[in-house]
Design a protein around this ligand. Structure first.
Ligand code: SAM
Length: 306
């Protein structure tokens, strides 16, 4: 069951797309003076060491964060993400990579709530330890007071199920990131079931699902199935870094599908995605796709898709 460890994949092209989009959504939520809840259904370990045995074995960060590290021509929104990663590496050497919980911790404000679910016993412990260390470090520097326990809560639990009890959030402002491993093909169905249920509890929430673009039957039409769950606006962005190999083993394409995305996201992606294709692309198969739509409901309750 627990074979997936994100440490082997940290900082790859899929993480770049995911964390870049995540930061954009959080930035948008930060614009309004009302606290929100960020929920990470599949949090991972929180921070990854890029010189660890796992990370160097696959060196997947070379497909993602590494080619961006030294660039001096980053579009401003992408520079913000790269600077967040650089902020974890004050020596200037690319050594640590932040997972989605740390990206959230860095961008969300003191009054916002961060709720993290991680089922793997080892990663849940590392995640918990990482956040305890961070709290001590910040308290020692006189920043956030120690014992701010309510801001970040780590749950060693199933995020597909745990998210239910948190929706709707008290302030009716919230963002759910769902990033399962998909090693178990049931994850595809669990994602769509979770979204269907979550939209009933909290229709105005923002939901972002990371997904791999693979040939397996469950993966095909996955984005289409999510589009059909939409009750408002949706956005789908994919990044391909290379032509698929005949063995289909390496991950060449991944996507982020969002329900109720901020209206500011699409223009930013139009600016940044061509740059990511240029810098991360490995051959002529590199490309991005970006599509969005809106479901409007008539007075009679009929849904109209545009
Ligand atoms: N979101 C993380 C990031 O961007 O840094 C990476 C998450 S990784 C792709 C998926 C994680 O989900 C793994 O750490 C795995 O142990 C965990 N996991 C698998 N099934 C889960 C479940 N049902 N509930 C919570 N966590 C789960």
């Amino acid at each position: 069951m627990f074979s997936y460890r994100h440490a082997f994949h940290a900082g790859n092209h899929a993480d770049v797309l995911k964390h870049f989009v995540q930061i954009q959504v959080l930035n948008y939520l930060n614009q309004k003076d009302v606290a929100y809840t960020y929920i990470d259904t599949h949090a991972g370990a929180g921070v990854y060491q890029l010189d660890s045995v796992q990370a160097t074995k696959t060196a997947e960060f070379e497909t993602g964060i590494a080619p961006l590290w030294e660039r001096d021509d980053l579009p401003a929104p992408l520079a913000e993400y790269v600077n967040l990663v650089k902020g974890m590496n004050p020596s200037g050497k690319m050594r640590y990579y932040p997972g989605s919980p740390y990206c959230a911790e860095k961008v969300a404000r003191d009054e916002d709530r961060i709720r993290l679910f991680e089922l793997h016993p080892s990663d849940a412990k590392i995640l918990d330890d990482n956040f305890n260390d961070l709290a001590k470090h910040e308290a020692a520097q006189g920043r956030r007071p120690q014992g701010r326990g309510k801001r970040v809560i780590v749950n060693k639990a199933d995020g597909f199920l745990g998210v239910k009890a948190l929706l709707p959030p008290p302030s009716r402002r919230g963002f759910v990131l769902c990033d399962p491993p998909y090693e178990d093909k049931q994850d595809y169905k669990k994602v769509t079931d979770m979204l269907g249920d979550a939209l009933k509890r909290f229709p105005s929430g923002t939901y972002a699902v990371w997904y791999p673009v693979l040939q397996r039957i469950e993966a095909r039409n996955f984005a289409e199935r999510m589009k059909h769950l939409a009750t408002g606006s949706w956005l789908n962005v994919t990044l391909t870094i290379s032509t698929p190999t005949p063995d289909g083993i390496a991950l060449h394409t991944s996507g982020m599908f969002l329900l109720n995305p901020p209206y500011t996201l699409e223009p930013v992606l139009k600016e940044v995605m061509p740059y990511l294709v240029k810098v991360l692309g490995r051959d002529s198969g590199a490309k991005f796709t970006l599509e969005s739509g809106e479901v409007t409901t008539s007075k009679k309750g009929n849904a109209k898709r545009a």
